[in-house]
Design a protein around this ligand. Structure first.
Ligand code: ATP
Length: 513
């Protein structure tokens, strides 16, 4: 496949063509940054959610899951700081009339310098061969050190001006760096302004009694306001966690990256309540744990990295992102935040209710500290989907498009294919489907030559094809074909279930954590 842009286009068109993601309300020309999950997408999304939920809730004795409402009392968002501070700095280009996030323009600029560093590293690795020591090279190569210094200086200044809300300096930085609008190519920028990302709506029928509400911009607050209810009814002892998956809504300024940045999306969050003073330790432990979860899917260690935040959100005393190598470069996939006692204390203050924990060992009450892990389900979907899409040149010089989804996440685990549509083969194939369907999502396909059917299943990401042929009638065996290796083996029908189970079983995947 060619350049990054082409790869990303291919990802989007493949997602549509194979029933994964459609634009919302497509017949009305779509709705910007809103997407629908199609028949295969809904299954993949459900499997990712399940993979997360099992790792978080089922496998941890001290983590429980809840499902809070999207609507919350409006004071929630005053207390959380979202009414006053959930803003993005926006800037318009006067020539193209395009709107950008000012911080993203600057970060894209530094990403370009980073790409230069990567290029130097690649060149040097080639030159030095086995003797190449990457960390030494990064620390000593004059050009690379200069690049890195430049990046650090820019990001530091951006961070501090945003923190001080010095928007004039953010604009000055954009001008000094000579950043141009990617559409018009001009430097004709407006001032930088703050823009609140929450969607407002109303509760109640009559105009005068209606109450202004927000659609939740994060799921976390549903956990905080239920902290004491869960702690008491579940008799939870600190440290413990509350997990939740669900929709969140943000009126994103710029949303041009398919399901990477949506206006309606789903989060999978876990808030871990700890004793004050122990948050650093737990923060490090959760960083490590979450990275292990990602790596268990086998999508390559080199495709993940941590990015520690310079600029901390109003609630955090430490924060890092797990970044993934998307088709458009390394970008945030998950955030791990040490949120201190900010949220619980703020809710205490605004509600007038105590949100404290009585620690029997210490014999005292305190407001727990919180370490949060927060991942976008849709972003995770994009990570898995884009990484899995491959175009392979085969031995006979033809190409095949294959979606090498981790088998545990694949929407359909097996396709059962009668070699021909007669001689009783479809009946046997249907019988196999009926046996397997209690344990796995399976499908039946009898249309076209079997080679074409294999290709179709490759493209949709089905890990196994089970072919019923004339020999099946004689000895009750079928061929089972593996999507990734294309290897075919003859096995008794009675063994098929176990063979599939071995490769798609969550236990064997999550067990790698
Ligand atoms: P970004 O900097 O990309 O806007 P964020 O730092 O605002 O993200 P958080 O508030 O930390 O994101 O949200 C946690 C996670 O939720 C993110 O890591 C991301 O995976 C997901 N997420 C946030 N905003 C969106 C969105 N608009 N569309 C899809 N997923 C999102």
């Amino acid at each position: 496949m060619a350049n990054k842009e082409d790869i990303f286009k291919k990802v989007i068109s493949h997602a549509k063509e194979y029933g994964y993601v459609f634009q919302s309300s497509e017949i009305y020309d779509g709705l910007s940054a809103v997407y629908d999950y199609a028949q295969n997408g809904a299954e993949l999304k459900k499997n990712i959610r399940e993979y997360w939920w099992r790792a978080m809730v089922q496998l941890n004795k001290n983590i429980v899951g809840i499902d809070a409402a999207i609507f919350m009392h409006p004071t929630t968002w005053k207390a959380s700081g979202h009414v006053d501070a959930f803003n993005d700095p926006l800037i318009d280009n006067k020539d193209s009339k395009k709107r950008y996030r000012a911080d993203v323009l600057v970060e894209d600029y530094t990403a370009k310098i980073e790409a230069k560093i990567e290029k130097e590293v690649k060149k040097a690795a080639k030159r030095f061969g086995d003797a190449f020591d990457k960390s030494q090279f990064l620390a000593t190569n004059g050009r690379v050190v200069e690049y890195q210094k430049k990046i650090n200086t820019i990001l530091k200044r951006l961070g501090s001006s945003l923190e001080k809300e010095d928007l004039a300096d953010v604009k000055a930085l954009i001008e000094e760096l000579g950043i141009v609008c990617p559409v018009s190519g001009s430097k004709n920028w407006t001032d930088v302004k703050q823009f609140n990302l929450m969607f407002g709506t109303k509760l109640g029928a009559s105009a005068d009694s209606a109450m202004d509400l927000y659609l939740r911009p994060e799921t976390a607050q549903g956990i905080f306001v239920n902290f004491l209810n869960v702690q008491k009814t579940g008799r939870m002892k600190i440290p413990f966690g509350i997990a939740q998956t669900g929709k969140a809504f943000r009126n994103e300024i710029v949303a041009r990256q398919f399901i990477f940045r949506m206006r309606e999306f789903e989060q999978m969050e876990m808030q871990f309540f700890v004793k004050p003073g122990s948050q650093k330790e737990w923060y490090e432990a959760w960083k490590e744990n979450r990275m292990k979860w990602h790596l268990s899917l086998g999508m390559g260690e080199e495709n993940y990295r941590f990015h520690d935040h310079e600029k901390l959100a109003h609630y955090a005393d430490a924060a890092a992102d797990i970044e993934f190598r998307f088709p458009f470069g390394f970008k945030e996939l998950e955030g791990i935040h040490s949120r201190t006692d900010f949220d619980l204390s703020a809710h205490e203050e605004h509600s007038g209710k105590k949100l404290q924990y009585f620690d029997h060992e210490e014999n005292k009450n305190y407001v727990p500290y919180v370490v949060e892990t927060s991942i976008g389900l849709d972003r995770m979907f994009l990570a898995v989907f884009s990484h899995s899409l491959k175009e392979e040149v085969l031995e006979n010089n033809t190409t095949r498009t294959v979606l090498k989804l981790p088998a545990v996440l694949a929407p359909t685990k097996a396709a059962v294919l009668p070699l021909v549509k007669k001689d009783g083969l479809p009946e046997i194939a249907h019988q196999i489907v009926d046996d397997l369907k209690w344990d796995f999502n399976v499908t039946y396909d009898e249309k076209d030559a079997v080679g074409r059917r294999y290709r179709r299943q490759d493209a949709v990401g089905t890990p196994f094809c089970i072919t019923v042929d004339h020999q099946t009638k004689e000895d009750n065996t079928v061929t089972i074909r593996h999507r990734d290796t294309m290897e075919q083996r003859r096995v008794p029908i009675a063994e098929v279930n176990e063979l599939i189970a071995k490769e798609v079983d969550m236990k064997s995947w999550l067990g790698k954590m």
